[in-house]
Design a protein around this ligand. Structure first.
Ligand code: ADP
Length: 475
């Protein structure tokens, strides 16, 4: 991978963006803090300069009143020389702004007398401060105008050299600190972002492995109950669901293949025997009849599958009519009586005389038939089957098919309504594994449902509840 591509990849990561945000906010806060610190320092330094200038004014004022202007002049000279003539200067002025005396002004000749400041001073009598910046000088100059006695004004100036030096030091400290802070912010931000996103990276890795085909992989959950754990848990739950769906689809396609293969093999076998053994017309007729029978079974299976899919998708229109379900169940009992007797089973049907409902008679007949057929198939000889139908109080009808047959294991109970699901013990019996799926789809299409309770080797009870007029029959 080229360096440019690698850098682009890093640039697009969430960790990089989080780091940028973190470092940006960190630096901004530091800048704001430095700015206020800078304002504080400069105002303190200026205050100190102003206090020193005001103190000098007070001294000159008392010398003027005690010893006269000549003494002020002398004192000013002494002070200017003591501090350095490039550090401070003074001018003694008359009220008119005319010069009475000054210190050595050769270094300060660019600084004139501010007439406006003098006018303001004479009006307010309050000392006037001014800051002057000369283009060719590095340091600013703080100037004070103050009345020090009757008709006498003092212009006192001081180089703000200290101020400039402190600001310079401050700038250097600021730049150095910001560079260090930036480095720390980037390292800490990157570390924190990576740490926070490590869980997301694990989820991504797992998702990648799954897309490579390892559907059984799961994201490790750290049990910290944080957002990443929640994500991992939800992701794992989704994987569980997908895995079970994929397994069911595999199982179902295996079952379909198996169920289609057997009749086709039988048809082919019969045809082959007929062809190779030079059979008589009678044998050909028997083969044709057998083929039709097998084809009918196949068609029935395919139609049932289609019906279930269409009903579950809600695209099947019911052919609803008024029908007597008590009578319908009685008729079904009559039909199944003889196969039950063939297996030495006793079948007892009971219930109301007549219960009218709106429904699709073909679907309800087939649903009842499937339940009775199962009860007979999965109940061994000398068993007992009880069928009852009754009207509920809430505009519903309840039909129960109870047997004391082989029963269903707890782990199978939740699956028996799935297409092609057959419990292991019942594989010896004929069947496609579609009967209960059909029954449930039919019940649900009418707005009802089927439930089951069962215990292995003790028997099963299937309960169908149907509304007298279900939503499927309203349109
Ligand atoms: P099948 O064609 O196998 O009967 P069904 O969908 O009707 O398919 O039933 C699914 C499975 O549920 C059956 O294979 C059987 O294992 C179980 N089952 C259904 N009814 C009963 C019952 N009355 N007693 C015991 N097991 C039953």
């Amino acid at each position: 991978m080229s360096l440019k591509k690698r850098l682009l990849d890093i640039y697009h990561t969430l960790a990089f963006r989080l780091t940028l945000w973190y470092a940006g906010i960190f630096m901004l806060s530091a800048c704001v803090a430095f700015f206020f610190f800078y304002l504080l320092i400069t105002s303190v330094i200026r205050q100190q300069t102003d206090q020193a200038l005001s103190g000098a004014v007070r001294t000159f004022s008392s010398i003027l009143s005690d010893q006269g202007p000549e003494a002020v002049k002398r004192q000013a000279f002494i002070q200017a020389q003591a501090a350095g003539e490039k550090k401070i200067f003074f001018r003694l002025l008359y009220n008119t702004g005319q010069l009475f005396s000054s210190s050595n002004m050769s270094y300060w000749q660019d600084i004139g007398i501010n007439r406006g400041a003098i006018n303001r001073l004479l009006k307010s009598r309050v000392p006037i401060f001014d800051t002057i910046k000369l283009p060719d000088r590095k340091h600013k100059i703080r100037v004070l105008y103050a009345v020090i006695g009757p008709g006498m004004i003092l212009q006192l100036g001081q180089s703000m050299e200290n101020h400039t030096r402190i600001i310079e030091v401050f700038r250097k400290v600021f730049i150095a600190t910001m560079v260090i802070l930036l480095a720390v912010a980037v390292v800490v931000g990157w570390f924190m972002a990576r740490r926070a996103l490590v869980g997301v990276a694990t989820v991504t890795r797992t998702a990648r492995r799954i897309s490579d085909g390892s559907l059984e992989k799961r994201v490790p959950v750290k049990k910290r109950a944080d957002e990443i754990d929640q994500l991992a848990l939800t992701f794992n739950q989704m994987l569980d669901r997908i895995e079970s769906l994929v397994n069911r689809i595999k199982e179902m396609s295996d079952n379909i293949a198996h169920d289609l293969k057997s009749p086709i093999t039988r048809i082919r076998g019969t045809a082959e025997v007929c062809l190779t053994s030079g059979s008589s017309l009678k044998e050909y007729e028997a083969m044709a009849a057998g083929t039709i029978e097998e084809c009918d079974r196949l068609l029935d299976m395919i139609n049932t599958m289609l019906f279930i899919s269409r009903t579950e998708a809600g695209v099947n229109q019911l052919d609803c009519r008024q029908l007597d379900i008590a009578n319908l169940v009685r008729e079904a009992c009559d039909i199944f009586q003889s196969p039950a007797e063939d297996k030495d089973l006793s079948m007892v049907c009971s219930g109301n005389e007549s219960i009218g409902i709106y429904g699709d008679i073909r679907l309800i007949q087939r649903m009842v038939a499937n339940l009775l057929d199962n009860a007979i198939k999965y109940t061994p000889a000398n068993g007992r089957i009880e069928v009852s139908v009754s009207a509920g109080q809430d505009q519903s009808v309840q039909m129960t098919v109870k047997d004391n047959g082989m029963g269903i294991a707890a782990q199978d109970l939740e699956h028996i309504f799935e297409r092609f699901y057959r419990c292991d013990p019942s594989r010896s019996q004929p069947g496609t594994g579609l009967g209960l799926s059909f029954a449930r789809a039919a019940a649900r299409a009418h707005g009802g449902d089927i439930t089951v309770t069962s215990e292995l080797n003790k028997g099963s009870t299937f309960v169908v509840v149907l509304p007298k007029t279900g939503p499927g029959c309203l349109s």
